[in-house]
Ligand binder design. Structure first.
Ligand code: ADP
Ligand code: ASP
Ligand code: MG
Length: 410
């Protein structure tokens, strides 16, 4: 007998029939003698609908109230799934995040989990129940509802698996595993049997939404056995996220390509080249709660330099406003220019550590298609470039081919 946490995403619980389907799968595991905790997302489209509703009332929705609203989607699904399980003759109990005391900090809309009261879940499991928990939501120590950021049900699943020391955390979604790149963009993409935590961390943080970044971080930290599987197929092995994979290091240099179209690039032009300038530019941006990603400062000539960085496209207007109104006059920069149609493409693979020439192959491939690279950023196992959004799909396709990711033994 094993203790399994299963997480089902929005599409997998997108209709009553699909919820019944989930109940059948859960019932099957239960019948095999396993203890099962199920974490569910809101039905597909529901969180977007709720966010849109909030925006119709307030242009910039109050974050606390927004979490009150958007956490309701998951509450509906847990009730429906618990009912579907009872219809299958399976004992089940649904819980909101607050009810199982998923305690978080108070950072509304992007809260972090602090602790989970695993005792009540364990007691229910011992009583032969399937425990159904709402993903994406928690409660802060003052009792306010919080949510964990888009895609956050993955993190709920992994956090519960960690707290319960579960044997496996299974993430059921609408694809049958982690692919070499998003199979919706590149039909030739292949499912990976395994991917290392390090690679998955890079893939998630560079934009692959198949797993939320925090879920991967959590699983790595607490050594949760994590697998991504299809909720629409039976018997697939999915993709296992592994601690290390020595065999693979010998084979594939690049494991996958991630991309993100929600980028915006900002350049502060003609900045005095002197100590403290980076802080004077990025301090006010950070005070405005805007996250900065890739940063590049050119070598100065004639005592001035250009300073470029990327932000999320949603935060572009806010960042430009702070820079133009406060930073530019303060530091005496010549201009602030921005482009909110940028995209980021990243190639990821632990094999990069032991192979040279990956960057030049990437740059040559893009050059052959006439794609201009605007910024470059690297880590030990990743190379990212910022390009014009209109070339994103082309870039991902040609890189996927150039690195032979469409080939069986890649
Ligand atoms: P869920 O609602 O189940 O959480 P998501 O939509 O959040 O599902 O994540 C699954 C989607 O992630 C897939 O439908 C796919 O389009 C996308 N995706 C992006 N990159 C990858 C990748 N490398 N492998 C598999 N899926 C990916
Ligand atoms: N329902 C939330 C969202 O759409 C959380 C999730 O699906 O993981 O972002
Ligand atoms: Mg998701």
């Amino acid at each position: 007998m094993a203790l399994i946490v299963q997480k089902y995403g929005g599409t997998s619980v997108g209709s009553p029939d699909r919820i019944k389907n989930v109940a059948r799968r859960v019932a099957k595991y239960k019948a095999q003698g396993h203890q099962v905790v199920v974490v569910v997302s809101a039905m597909s489209g529901e969180t977007n609908r709720l966010i849109d509703l909030a925006h119709q009332i307030q242009l910039k929705p109050d974050a606390r109230e927004l979490d009150v609203i958007i956490s309701t989607g998951e509450q509906v699904t847990i009730g429906l799934l618990a009912m579907a399980l009872k219809e299958q003759g399976v004992k089940a109990k649904s819980y909101t995040g607050a009810q199982v005391k998923i305690l978080t900090d108070s950072a509304f809309t992007k809260a972090r989990i602090v602790s989970i009261d695993e005792q009540s879940i364990l007691a229910d499991l011992d009583n032969d129940n399937v425990v159904v928990v709402a993903g994406f939501q928690g409660v802060d120590k003052k009792g306010n509802f919080t949510t964990l950021g888009r895609g956050g049900s993955d993190t709920t699943g992994v956090a519960i698996a960690a707290a319960l020391e579960a044997d496996e955390c299974q993430i059921y979604t609408d694809v049958d595993g982690v692919y070499t790149t998003d199979p919706r963009l590149v039909p030739e993409a292949r499912r990976l049997k395994t991917i290392t935590f390090e690679e998955m961390l890079e893939m998630s943080s560079m934009g692959s939404k198949v797993l939320q970044l925090r879920a991967v971080e959590f699983a790595g930290k607490y050594k949760v056995k994590l697998r991504v599987l299809s909720s629409f197929e039976e018997g697939g092995e999915g993709t296992l996220i592994t601690v290390e994979d020595n065999d693979k290091m010998e084979q594939a240099i690049i494991s996958g390509i991630a991309f993100n179209r929600d980028e915006a690039k900002i350049t502060v032009v003609g900045v005095p080249d002197k100590p403290g300038i980076a802080h004077q530019i990025l301090g006010p941006v950070s005070d405005a709660n805007v996250d900065v990603d890739i940063i590049i400062q050119n070598v100065g000539t004639d005592g001035t330099t250009d300073f470029s960085f990327t932000v999320h496209r949603n935060e572009f207007a806010k960042a430009m406003e702070v820079l133009k109104s406060t930073v530019q006059p303060h530091i005496g920069a010549r201009n602030v220019v921005g482009d909110n149609k940028a995209a980021k493409v990243s190639v990821v693979g632990v094999g990069m550590r032991s192979h040279v020439g990956i960057a030049s192959k990437m740059f040559r491939t893009l050059a052959e298609e006439g794609i201009n690279i605007q910024m470059i950023s690297t880590s030990e196992i990743k190379i990212s470039v910022i390009i014009d959004e209109k070339y994103l799909e082309l870039a991902v396709r040609v890189l996927h081919k150039a690195f032979e990711l469409d080939q069986e033994d890649a």
